[in-house]
Design a protein. Structure first.
Length: 431
């Protein structure tokens, strides 16, 4: 925390391509050190982030995630990340894991510096929801919320972090927008202890909101129009090579256009994502070579909002985006991880009584996020199906030595052998 009380928050997101424990390199210096160097540069004294936020998508093979067998992977990932953070921070400062949340392959871990914010954290809550078929968790979101007390006032400020993985493929824009609104309606948190209401709250009931993940929004290039002389063709790969062309290319980004229209991510801001190359879809094992089966796109994003942001200036934020970039050196996934370093504004000192409520986000008057009254039913319907399908899939994979297809073949082969063995023998005299 700086002298004026502003906080540094580092946010990272990575789709690890279903690799489980092998999803990140043993040395995370490429992901962590650039931000630590920037943070130190901005202050006279060596400066480290006050809060680290790390989100994953496709954390482990899908059948293991659906079966709920993610604890070992997430615990291993937690220990690895924390050791790397503490190894590379100036002074090797220790960090506390505030909370972790995981649903199938979507995971979120939040850390706070022991000598700073960690001492003020209270009212920690976690939540999850699925947006897949029948609300299953192959796509969806997890969330972590906590309050930092005595920040500006006795009530402090509320921090909410959401990590999501939305529907894939370029034509499914409407489904991605629907996923977002489903998350708003079903990723619900209990009201704060001081609240007079017992109703659940959406992710927007917070002082600071951070939304990250593989959101799967794509670049959509308009087709050339026949008989129009001004019709222009676009070569996406060529446009990725320099900043000016990428800034032009951003106008075809689905997420940016939906945010401008106010159909999704209402109230959220984002740094200049076009300053780095598209994060998807790379050839695995390659630093800078795309798989041409997909149009390169900025699928992996980090957005944010704070309570002093005005709904009348949707492109401006009181949060300073110090660094927003991808990490090309990671080559074990078809995605590149992204990382963002944010400086939050100083707290607003309040002279109100000690029971005053934390400040909340300001939203456009035309938008009122509403909890889904059937949120709990939907979430647990999805989770029940997750566990049933995941357990069967896992069992077939075990029978098939790692392959569910082989497992199905072995199952029916074994069933046929059992029926043959159980069948009564036919003697020659009976024939």
């Amino acid at each position: 925390m700086s002298n004026d009380g502003s906080l540094f928050v580092q946010v990272g997101s990575y789709n690890t391509n279903l690799q489980g424990g092998a999803g990140v390199p043993q040395d995370l210096v490429d992901w962590l050190v650039p931000t630590l160097q920037v943070a130190s540069f901005l202050s006279k004294e060596p400066r480290v982030p006050d809060i680290f936020v790390i989100g994953f998508q496709e954390l482990l093979p899908l059948h293991l995630g659906l079966a709920g067998l993610s604890n070992a992977v997430i615990d291993d990932r937690d220990a690895h990340i924390r050791s790397q953070i503490e190894k590379h921070t100036p002074g090797k400062e220790p960090y506390t894991l505030i909370a972790k949340a995981v649903n199938v392959g979507v995971a979120l871990l939040v850390y706070a510096r022991d000598s700073g914010v960690a001492r003020q954290v209270c009212d920690v809550q976690t939540q999850w929801t699925g947006t897949g078929p029948a609300y299953m968790g192959n796509k969806g979101a997890v969330g972590i919320r906590f309050r930092v007390s005595d920040r500006g006032s006795k009530a402090g400020e509320v921090f909410t972090f959401v990590c999501a993985h939305l529907t894939a493929h370029e034509p499914k824009l409407a489904q991605r927008v629907a996923d977002y609104h489903h998350i708003v309606g079903t990723l619900l948190f209990p009201p704060p202890p001081s609240s007079p209401s017992s109703s659940p709250t959406t992710m927007y009931s917070t002082s600071h909101l951070f939304f990250l993940g593989d959101l799967n929004f794509r670049i959509t290039i308009p087709p050339p129009r026949p008989h129009v002389q001004t019709s222009q063709s676009y070569d996406v790969l060529a446009m990725l090579k320099d900043d000016a062309s990428r800034e032009q290319l951003k106008e075809f980004d689905q997420l940016l256009n939906q945010r401008r229209k106010g159909t999704a991510f209402i109230g959220l801001r984002e740094g200049p994502f076009w300053t780095f190359k598209c994060t998807y879809k790379y050839k695995i094992g390659e630093v800078d070579r795309y798989n041409t089966k997909r149009t390169p796109s900025w699928t992996d994003r980090i957005m944010y909002a704070t309570h002093t942001d005005s709904p009348t200036t949707p492109e401006k934020s009181s949060i300073t985006n110090i660094l927003y970039t991808s990490i090309p050196s990671y080559v074990t996934s078809d995605h590149k991880p992204v990382v963002c370093l944010l400086q939050l504004p100083p707290p607003i000192t309040s002279s109100s009584s000690e029971t005053c409520a934390p400040p909340m986000l300001q939203l456009p008057s035309s938008y009122t996020p509403t909890p889904d009254p059937r949120a709990t039913l939907k979430r647990y319907t999805g989770r029940t199906l997750d566990r049933i399908i995941g357990s069967i899939w896992w069992l077939l994979a075990v029978v098939g030595a790692g392959s569910a297809i082989v497992g199905i073949f072995n199952f029916f082969l074994g069933l046929a052998a059992w029926r043959w063995w159980r069948a009564p023998a036919v003697s020659i005299t009976d024939a």
